[in-house]
Ligand binder design. Structure first.
Ligand SMILES: C[S@@+](CC[C@H](N)C(=O)[O-])C[C@H]1O[C@@H](n2cnc3c(N)ncnc32)[C@H](O)[C@@H]1O
Length: 272
Protein backbone atom coordinates (compact mmCIF):
# COMPACT_ATOMS: atom_id res chain seq x y z
CA UNK A 1 0.00 0.00 0.00
CA UNK A 2 1.63 3.26 -1.11
CA UNK A 3 -0.01 6.34 0.32
CA UNK A 4 0.82 9.76 -1.08
CA UNK A 5 1.00 11.42 2.31
CA UNK A 6 1.96 8.63 4.62
CA UNK A 7 2.65 9.17 8.33
CA UNK A 8 4.59 6.13 9.48
CA UNK A 9 3.32 5.73 13.03
CA UNK A 10 -0.44 6.08 12.52
CA UNK A 11 -2.91 7.19 15.17
CA UNK A 12 -3.99 4.32 17.41
CA UNK A 13 -4.90 5.45 20.90
CA UNK A 14 -2.02 3.30 22.22
CA UNK A 15 0.25 5.46 20.04
CA UNK A 16 -1.04 8.60 21.78
CA UNK A 17 -0.23 6.97 25.13
CA UNK A 18 3.24 6.04 23.86
CA UNK A 19 3.86 9.63 22.74
CA UNK A 20 2.82 11.00 26.13
CA UNK A 21 5.20 8.62 27.91
CA UNK A 22 7.95 9.42 25.41
CA UNK A 23 7.50 13.16 25.98
CA UNK A 24 8.22 12.58 29.70
CA UNK A 25 11.14 10.36 28.82
CA UNK A 26 12.70 13.02 26.58
CA UNK A 27 12.10 15.86 29.04
CA UNK A 28 15.76 16.32 29.98
CA UNK A 29 16.94 16.09 26.33
CA UNK A 30 14.37 18.73 25.33
CA UNK A 31 15.57 20.96 28.16
CA UNK A 32 19.19 20.49 27.07
CA UNK A 33 18.34 21.41 23.48
CA UNK A 34 16.38 24.51 24.47
CA UNK A 35 19.27 25.63 26.70
CA UNK A 36 21.44 25.84 23.56
CA UNK A 37 19.39 28.64 22.04
CA UNK A 38 19.64 30.95 25.06
CA UNK A 39 16.96 32.29 27.42
CA UNK A 40 13.46 32.22 25.96
CA UNK A 41 11.85 34.52 28.51
CA UNK A 42 9.30 36.74 26.71
CA UNK A 43 10.03 35.08 23.33
CA UNK A 44 7.61 33.90 20.67
CA UNK A 45 7.97 30.23 19.83
CA UNK A 46 6.46 27.66 17.46
CA UNK A 47 6.53 23.90 17.99
CA UNK A 48 5.62 21.88 14.89
CA UNK A 49 3.92 18.45 15.12
CA UNK A 50 3.21 18.52 18.86
CA UNK A 51 1.16 15.30 18.91
CA UNK A 52 -0.80 14.98 22.17
CA UNK A 53 1.73 17.02 24.16
CA UNK A 54 5.20 17.49 22.65
CA UNK A 55 7.30 20.04 24.54
CA UNK A 56 4.49 22.55 25.10
CA UNK A 57 4.81 22.61 28.90
CA UNK A 58 8.59 23.04 28.88
CA UNK A 59 8.36 25.81 26.29
CA UNK A 60 5.50 27.54 28.13
CA UNK A 61 7.57 27.60 31.31
CA UNK A 62 10.56 29.03 29.48
CA UNK A 63 8.78 31.83 27.60
CA UNK A 64 6.85 32.87 30.73
CA UNK A 65 3.76 35.09 30.89
CA UNK A 66 5.03 37.68 28.41
CA UNK A 67 5.99 35.15 25.76
CA UNK A 68 3.88 32.83 23.61
CA UNK A 69 3.97 29.31 22.23
CA UNK A 70 2.04 28.13 19.18
CA UNK A 71 1.80 24.36 18.69
CA UNK A 72 0.89 23.10 15.21
CA UNK A 73 -0.47 19.57 14.67
CA UNK A 74 -2.06 17.90 11.66
CA UNK A 75 -4.05 15.14 13.34
CA UNK A 76 -7.40 16.38 14.70
CA UNK A 77 -7.51 13.93 17.63
CA UNK A 78 -3.96 14.87 18.70
CA UNK A 79 -4.97 18.55 18.51
CA UNK A 80 -7.85 17.87 20.93
CA UNK A 81 -5.54 15.98 23.30
CA UNK A 82 -2.91 18.74 23.17
CA UNK A 83 -5.57 21.41 23.82
CA UNK A 84 -6.81 19.42 26.81
CA UNK A 85 -3.23 19.13 28.08
CA UNK A 86 -2.86 22.92 27.76
CA UNK A 87 -6.09 23.53 29.72
CA UNK A 88 -5.32 20.90 32.38
CA UNK A 89 -1.86 22.40 32.98
CA UNK A 90 -3.15 26.00 32.74
CA UNK A 91 -0.63 26.86 30.06
CA UNK A 92 -2.19 30.26 29.37
CA UNK A 93 0.56 31.35 26.97
CA UNK A 94 0.06 28.33 24.63
CA UNK A 95 -2.25 27.99 21.65
CA UNK A 96 -2.61 24.73 19.67
CA UNK A 97 -3.53 25.09 16.00
CA UNK A 98 -4.81 22.40 13.67
CA UNK A 99 -2.52 22.72 10.66
CA UNK A 100 0.21 21.36 8.45
CA UNK A 101 3.84 21.82 9.49
CA UNK A 102 4.75 22.12 5.80
CA UNK A 103 2.53 25.15 5.31
CA UNK A 104 1.42 26.55 8.66
CA UNK A 105 -0.09 29.79 7.39
CA UNK A 106 1.78 31.58 10.20
CA UNK A 107 3.68 34.77 9.30
CA UNK A 108 7.27 34.35 8.09
CA UNK A 109 10.35 35.98 9.67
CA UNK A 110 8.37 36.31 12.90
CA UNK A 111 9.34 33.83 15.62
CA UNK A 112 12.32 33.84 17.97
CA UNK A 113 12.47 30.07 18.09
CA UNK A 114 10.98 27.23 16.01
CA UNK A 115 11.32 23.60 17.05
CA UNK A 116 10.07 20.09 16.26
CA UNK A 117 10.68 16.54 17.42
CA UNK A 118 10.44 13.27 15.48
CA UNK A 119 8.21 14.24 12.57
CA UNK A 120 10.80 14.08 9.79
CA UNK A 121 11.66 10.50 10.69
CA UNK A 122 8.07 9.50 9.93
CA UNK A 123 7.07 11.40 6.79
CA UNK A 124 8.16 11.69 3.15
CA UNK A 125 9.92 14.86 1.94
CA UNK A 126 11.32 16.02 5.31
CA UNK A 127 12.89 19.07 3.68
CA UNK A 128 9.43 20.65 3.32
CA UNK A 129 9.10 20.91 7.10
CA UNK A 130 12.66 22.20 7.50
CA UNK A 131 11.96 24.92 4.91
CA UNK A 132 8.79 25.98 6.72
CA UNK A 133 10.52 26.04 10.11
CA UNK A 134 13.26 28.29 8.74
CA UNK A 135 10.72 30.53 7.00
CA UNK A 136 8.90 31.09 10.32
CA UNK A 137 12.03 32.10 12.26
CA UNK A 138 12.90 35.78 12.40
CA UNK A 139 16.35 36.87 11.18
CA UNK A 140 18.66 36.03 14.09
CA UNK A 141 16.13 33.53 15.47
CA UNK A 142 16.87 29.87 16.21
CA UNK A 143 15.55 26.61 14.77
CA UNK A 144 16.09 23.28 16.57
CA UNK A 145 15.20 19.70 15.66
CA UNK A 146 15.29 16.42 17.56
CA UNK A 147 15.19 13.60 15.04
CA UNK A 148 15.77 9.87 14.74
CA UNK A 149 18.05 7.59 12.74
CA UNK A 150 17.67 3.83 12.72
CA UNK A 151 21.40 3.21 12.58
CA UNK A 152 22.54 0.86 15.33
CA UNK A 153 19.02 0.02 16.55
CA UNK A 154 19.62 -3.55 17.72
CA UNK A 155 18.69 -5.96 20.43
CA UNK A 156 21.07 -8.32 22.16
CA UNK A 157 20.99 -11.25 22.12
CA UNK A 158 19.78 -11.07 18.50
CA UNK A 159 16.37 -12.52 17.69
CA UNK A 160 14.78 -13.62 14.41
CA UNK A 161 11.55 -11.78 15.36
CA UNK A 162 13.49 -8.50 15.76
CA UNK A 163 15.41 -8.92 12.49
CA UNK A 164 12.32 -9.79 10.45
CA UNK A 165 10.15 -6.97 11.87
CA UNK A 166 12.99 -4.49 11.27
CA UNK A 167 13.20 -5.71 7.66
CA UNK A 168 9.47 -5.58 6.98
CA UNK A 169 9.01 -2.13 8.52
CA UNK A 170 12.04 -0.90 6.55
CA UNK A 171 10.51 -2.22 3.33
CA UNK A 172 7.26 -0.42 4.14
CA UNK A 173 9.11 2.83 4.82
CA UNK A 174 11.04 2.48 1.52
CA UNK A 175 7.82 1.90 -0.43
CA UNK A 176 6.33 5.04 1.08
CA UNK A 177 9.52 7.10 0.66
CA UNK A 178 10.02 7.59 4.40
CA UNK A 179 13.66 7.92 5.41
CA UNK A 180 14.15 6.17 8.75
CA UNK A 181 17.79 7.34 8.66
CA UNK A 182 17.01 11.05 8.34
CA UNK A 183 18.82 11.90 11.60
CA UNK A 184 22.23 11.89 9.91
CA UNK A 185 20.94 14.31 7.28
CA UNK A 186 19.89 16.95 9.81
CA UNK A 187 22.98 19.22 9.76
CA UNK A 188 22.96 19.19 5.93
CA UNK A 189 19.22 19.86 5.75
CA UNK A 190 19.54 22.81 8.13
CA UNK A 191 22.47 24.33 6.23
CA UNK A 192 20.75 23.85 2.88
CA UNK A 193 17.68 25.64 4.25
CA UNK A 194 19.87 28.66 5.03
CA UNK A 195 20.75 28.29 8.72
CA UNK A 196 24.19 29.21 10.04
CA UNK A 197 26.09 28.20 13.20
CA UNK A 198 24.63 24.71 12.78
CA UNK A 199 25.48 22.30 15.58
CA UNK A 200 24.62 18.72 16.30
CA UNK A 201 24.47 16.36 19.28
CA UNK A 202 23.90 12.59 19.20
CA UNK A 203 21.79 10.89 21.87
CA UNK A 204 21.55 7.12 22.30
CA UNK A 205 20.27 4.81 25.04
CA UNK A 206 20.97 1.24 26.09
CA UNK A 207 17.76 -0.06 27.61
CA UNK A 208 18.36 -3.09 29.74
CA UNK A 209 15.55 -2.86 32.28
CA UNK A 210 12.48 -4.89 31.38
CA UNK A 211 9.35 -2.75 31.36
CA UNK A 212 10.97 0.45 30.13
CA UNK A 213 8.72 1.99 27.42
CA UNK A 214 11.56 2.85 25.07
CA UNK A 215 12.68 -0.77 24.94
CA UNK A 216 9.36 -1.68 23.29
CA UNK A 217 9.70 0.78 20.41
CA UNK A 218 10.03 -1.79 17.60
CA UNK A 219 7.13 -3.87 18.95
CA UNK A 220 5.00 -0.70 19.28
CA UNK A 221 5.91 0.60 15.82
CA UNK A 222 5.17 -2.79 14.28
CA UNK A 223 1.78 -2.87 16.02
CA UNK A 224 1.00 0.62 14.66
CA UNK A 225 1.85 -0.65 11.17
CA UNK A 226 0.24 -4.09 11.47
CA UNK A 227 -2.80 -3.58 9.24
CA UNK A 228 -0.83 -1.60 6.66
CA UNK A 229 1.95 -4.21 6.47
CA UNK A 230 -0.63 -6.94 5.92
CA UNK A 231 -2.59 -4.90 3.36
CA UNK A 232 0.67 -4.20 1.51
CA UNK A 233 1.30 -7.97 1.39
CA UNK A 234 4.69 -7.50 3.05
CA UNK A 235 3.76 -10.10 5.65
CA UNK A 236 0.85 -12.40 6.41
CA UNK A 237 -1.37 -11.88 9.44
CA UNK A 238 -0.23 -15.23 10.86
CA UNK A 239 3.48 -14.47 10.48
CA UNK A 240 3.05 -10.98 11.92
CA UNK A 241 1.21 -12.21 15.00
CA UNK A 242 3.72 -14.99 15.61
CA UNK A 243 6.69 -12.60 15.29
CA UNK A 244 5.08 -9.96 17.45
CA UNK A 245 4.40 -12.44 20.26
CA UNK A 246 7.97 -13.77 20.02
CA UNK A 247 9.42 -10.24 20.03
CA UNK A 248 7.33 -9.14 23.03
CA UNK A 249 8.54 -12.10 25.04
CA UNK A 250 12.19 -11.52 23.97
CA UNK A 251 11.92 -7.88 25.08
CA UNK A 252 10.37 -8.90 28.40
CA UNK A 253 13.40 -11.09 29.13
CA UNK A 254 15.71 -9.40 31.67
CA UNK A 255 18.67 -10.84 29.75
CA UNK A 256 17.81 -8.76 26.64
CA UNK A 257 19.27 -5.31 26.04
CA UNK A 258 18.02 -2.85 23.41
CA UNK A 259 20.15 -0.17 21.84
CA UNK A 260 17.88 2.66 20.78
CA UNK A 261 17.66 4.65 17.58
CA UNK A 262 20.33 7.25 17.29
CA UNK A 263 18.58 10.51 18.14
CA UNK A 264 20.07 13.60 16.55
CA UNK A 265 19.57 17.05 17.98
CA UNK A 266 20.52 19.69 15.42
CA UNK A 267 20.07 23.43 15.68
CA UNK A 268 21.11 26.61 13.92
CA UNK A 269 20.41 30.31 13.54
CA UNK A 270 18.76 32.22 10.72
CA UNK A 271 21.16 34.88 9.45
CA UNK A 272 20.36 38.53 10.39
C1 LIG B 1 6.24 10.90 16.51
S1 LIG B 1 5.03 12.11 16.78
C2 LIG B 1 5.91 13.21 17.85
C3 LIG B 1 5.03 14.17 18.62
C4 LIG B 1 5.80 15.25 19.40
N1 LIG B 1 6.63 16.04 18.53
C5 LIG B 1 6.66 14.63 20.48
O1 LIG B 1 7.86 14.48 20.26
O2 LIG B 1 6.11 14.29 21.54
C6 LIG B 1 4.94 13.06 15.28
C7 LIG B 1 3.75 13.99 15.21
O3 LIG B 1 3.89 14.79 14.02
C8 LIG B 1 2.60 14.96 13.46
N2 LIG B 1 2.74 15.30 12.04
C9 LIG B 1 3.13 14.51 11.01
N3 LIG B 1 3.13 15.20 9.86
C10 LIG B 1 2.73 16.46 10.18
C11 LIG B 1 2.51 17.64 9.42
N4 LIG B 1 2.74 17.67 8.11
N5 LIG B 1 2.08 18.73 10.07
C12 LIG B 1 1.86 18.73 11.42
N6 LIG B 1 2.03 17.64 12.17
C13 LIG B 1 2.46 16.52 11.57
C14 LIG B 1 1.92 13.63 13.69
O4 LIG B 1 0.53 13.76 13.56
C15 LIG B 1 2.39 13.31 15.10
O5 LIG B 1 1.53 13.86 16.05
Amino acid sequence: MILEDQYFLGYRSAEHDRLRAQAEDFRSEAAWLFDQVGPLDGKHVVELGVGPRGCLDELARRVGPTGSVIGVERDAESVELARKFVVDRTLDNVEVRHGDARATGLPGDSFDFVTERLILHNVPRPEEIVTEAVRLARPGGWVAFHEGDRVGQVCDPPAESWTRLMEVSQRYADLNKINLFVGRRMPGLLRRAGLVDVQVRPVVYIDHEPGHERRMVLADFAENLRDRLIASELITREEFDELHTALSSHLADPGTSVISHLYVQAWGRKPE
